[in-house]
Design a protein around this ligand. Structure first.
Ligand code: SF4
Length: 303
């Protein structure tokens, strides 16, 4: 398996993790401050309301954009450390146990193993995907929490006259992923995303740090600048567990009804919702422009 993963590589080298705390107030953006104090701050722009959740303001938007610019050249480890120091214990991560998510779990295990990590267990995941929860627990001692919809698959399909994913995958994803995610992040201020900009046009504009309007969270994407080759080199170098389906032609893995293997030369996400226009489950789709009233902590009804 390790040898198979090695064939995905083309020689990029993972940077050595070095903590670099960057002040948004510094003029010299290219010369980050090495501050001893945590980056956790109580700027007025990001003061939480009751319940701990942040509320969107133009000032918060500007603050996040400033951080994002300064973290643009930071390593994923530096970005994660920044997020943990600033937002923990209100910093969380959702994972589908993809290769990028496994790399982030590996990094968090080194310096923030208490970070709450959860999986949106729709009831339609591959057995190989579910097995990764136990592999993560065995390797890192980190228990990924499985968050499930109220209705089982049988109950859901009975209530809707059959499998909803066949005719209306948007509704199925909304019911079995987005609703569960919204419930799972109550009280949180920030979450880590494992997306890469080169995965799809939708993700190409993802900032390192931004405001996730749909969920009312700061969204941190430490791997936004990484390539598929960097991800797989890290997996091989550190013998990080990964889904064996990746060795069987599945570069991107979601629920089994909505995932197929891809042909040589196809986009790595071409096997997701094949036959539909749909390319995202809604967790990482591009937000509409932020503005007044955005980010109340509730799901944006327009999303
Ligand atoms: Fe339903 Fe498919 Fe979305 Fe899974 S990926 S929640 S099966 S539509």
């Amino acid at each position: 398996m390790r040898g198979t993963a090695a064939r995905k590589l083309s020689g990029n080298v993972m940077e050595t993790p070095v903590l670099r705390v960057i002040s948004p107030d510094r003029d010299e953006e290219s010369e980050p401050a090495r501050a001893a104090e945590p980056a956790r701050a109580a700027e007025s722009a990001s003061s939480p309301q009751a319940g701990g959740q942040l509320v969107w303001t133009p000032e918060l938007q500007a603050e996040l954009a400033n951080w994002s610019r300064q973290l643009e050249s930071a390593t994923p480890q530096e970005i994660l450390r920044w997020a943990v120091e600033r937002y923990a214990p209100r910093f969380t991560m959702a994972t589908a146990f993809g290769p990028e998510g496994m790399v982030l779990i590996h990094m968090l295990a080194e310096f923030a193993p208490a970070t709450p990590i959860f999986n949106l267990d729709t009831g339609y995941q591959f057995a190989e995907t579910l097995a990764l929860r136990e592999r993560v627990l065995a390797r890192y001692g980190m228990a990924v929490e499985m968050r499930r919809p109220e209705q089982s698959v049988a109950e859901y399909e009975a209530a809707n006259g059959g499998p909803v994913y066949k005719a209306n995958p948007d509704k199925c994803c909304a019911d079995r992923k987005l609703t569960v995610l919204t419930q799972s992040v109550v009280g949180m201020q920030a979450w880590a995303s494992a997306i890469r900009r080169d995965q799809s046009p939708d993700r190409a504009q993802a900032p390192i740090v931004g405001w996730d309007r749909k969920f009312g969270l700061v969204k941190v994407s430490p791997l936004a600048n990484w390539t598929k080759q960097q991800v797989w080199k890290t997996i091989v170098d550190h013998d990080i567990p990964y889904n064996p389906l990746h060795d069987q032609g599945y570069p991107s893995i979601g629920c089994w009804p909505c995932t197929r293997s891809v042909l040589f030369g196809e986009d790595e996400r071409a096997g997701r919702w094949s036959g539909f226009q749909k390319t995202e489950c809604g967790l990482h789709s591009v937000d509409p422009p932020a503005g007044p009233g955005a980010g109340s902590g509730q799901k944006d009804p327009s999303a």
